[in-house]
Design a protein around this ligand. Structure first.
Ligand code: CMC
Length: 428
């Protein structure tokens, strides 16, 4: 029982609501018994003041620009860790020993292949299908293939489904790319790292050996780390809600992919690079800043602003540094990087952006690196989905493991017609 309580006065009655405390972060007023005690609901359409669950995975302090996975700051993980290690951490709660990491990486590598029949699904898509459309379809189709890992009440089966999803996602994403460019699919090469294997399946061709560039591999791995989990965002909440009914795990992740696709969420990286291309040169920036500020213009600065961060997104800081490293190593330049830097500087000094606390988010710079590596913009969100899969499955597992887990079922403020009698067609 919580020590603290909040008192709500409603309809001339006072009721006590327990106040819950996490290990860090805002206190949470527990309203679970509110309806039973008052007959009233609360109203919070975008969940701006609502904690939808209890979680021990990821913590964000949006005002301070802090992001922790199982307590570890994202900057430290991006600098010193690997995507496989962060995946282990998210799934298991602690950093692995050397042996545990080797075993985990080996297990993931044993699941990288797709069932041959699954590959025939690709042919059903138009060649110009968006990779996210293919991802939604193919990941959803996994639910029809791996029947031995769909009993969600069995922790072992949940673990196998999670490993399968993490392992197969690079193969599925790379094949979506290959299908679009008309090149043959490449099977996984498990002698390579998780990320190296993905780069080879994407950019390699059967006719030639493919050398993984270690700087690109490191940058890509870091991008995966930066996208691995982000607390109860829209797609993660979608996965949890879908999973709360006991649905097939692969289908739940497909639901997450569908949600991620939107331009306000994962689709922002694609939209941000398209925006920078549209702006083109730095002299055109002021015009676009004015448009972003104009309430009558739907244009927004893509890659700017965040529901939770009211400070610099810590992932954007790492991303900006990574752009420089990749450019130096690949000996490339992109005038859009200069445009992005100047856009950031102008926006951060503009009263509109200062007042509304709008800062660059993770997507502002990611497109510039991904494009330098050779990915078309349409692949950007698919890469986000690949990396976020570990967060989705870790959150889904956490939810299903909770003995108090119930189906998610929000209520509503009904504003439609009240009861009325049906009028036969001829009398209308
Ligand atoms: N450009 C111009 N104005 C903006 C922007 C922007 N990018 N973002 C927010 N605002 C304004 C908005 O018009 C509103 O103004 P007012 O109070 O006068 O109505 C105010 O700032 C608050 O915005 P909001 O839309 O109410 O805030 P939100 O928390 O609902 O939305 C957001 C957050 C990320 C959807 C929004 O900032 C946005 O659309 N950004 C651009 C898309 C983007 O970069 N998304 C990626 C998010 S990070 C990756 C991920 O998690 O998927």
């Amino acid at each position: 029982m919580a020590d603290k309580a909040a008192t709500l006065t409603y309809d001339n009655k006072s009721i006590e609501l327990p106040v819950l405390e996490g290990s860090v972060g805002p206190e949470v007023i527990d309203i679970r018994k509110l309806y039973g005690q008052t007959g009233a609901f609360t109203y919070d359409p975008g969940y701006k003041s609502t904690a939808s669950c209890e979680s021990a995975l990821t913590y964000i302090d949006g005002d301070e620009g802090v992001l922790l996975h199982r307590g570890y700051p994202i900057g430290q993980l991006a600098e010193h860790s690997s995507f496989m290690e962060v995946s282990y951490l998210l799934l298991n709660g602690e950093l692995p020993s050397k042996q545990e990491l080797d075993d985990f990486s080996y297990t993931i590598s044993r699941h990288t292949m797709l069932h041959e029949q699954l590959m025939t699904f690709y042919r059903g898509f138009r060649r110009d299908a968006h990779p996210m459309a293919i991802m939604c379809g193919v990941v959803g189709a996994l639910s029809a293939f791996y029947h031995d890992s769909t009993d969600i009440s069995d922790p072992e089966q949940r673990k196998i489904a999670s490993h399968r999803l993490i392992a197969k996602m690079p193969t599925i994403a790379a094949m979506a790319y290959k299908y679009a460019v008309g090149q043959p699919f490449l099977y996984p090469d498990n002698s390579l790292s998780y990320t190296g294997n993905f780069l080879r399946m994407t950019f390699g061709v059967p006719a030639e050996p493919y050398e993984v560039n270690p700087v690109v591999e490191k940058a890509m791995d870091r991008i995966f780390i930066l996208h691995a989990d982000h607390e109860q965002n829209a797609s993660t909440s979608t996965v949890r809600l879908a999973g709360s009914s006991g649905a097939n795990p692969f289908a739940c992740i497909a639901a997450g992919i569908a949600c991620l696709w939107g331009p306000a969420h994962g689709g922002a990286n694609e939209a941000a690079l398209n925006m920078l291309r549209e702006i083109g040169t730095p002299d055109r920036i002021p015009h676009y800043i004015e448009r972003a500020k104009d309430k009558n213009d739907p244009f927004r600065l893509m890659g700017f602003g965040h529901r939770v961060y009211k400070n610099y997104d810590p992932r954007a800081t790492v991303m900006q540094k990574t752009v420089r490293e990749v450019f130096e190593s690949l000996k490339v330049t992109d005038p859009l990087f200069e445009t992005a830097l100047q856009l950031e500087e102008l926006a951060l000094n503009d009263p509109y952006f200062i007042e509304k606390k709008l800062f660059p988010n993770v997507d502002f710079y990611s497109g510039i690196i991904l494009s330098a590596i050779g990915f078309p913009t349409t692949m950007f969100t698919a890469l986000f989905a690949l990396a976020r899969t570990v967060g989705w499955v870790a959150q889904w597992n956490e939810m299903i493991s909770d003995p108090g887990q119930v189906i998610g079922r929000p209520r509503q403020l009904y504003t439609g017609p009240t009861e009325r009698d049906y009028v036969p067609l001829g009398q209308r």
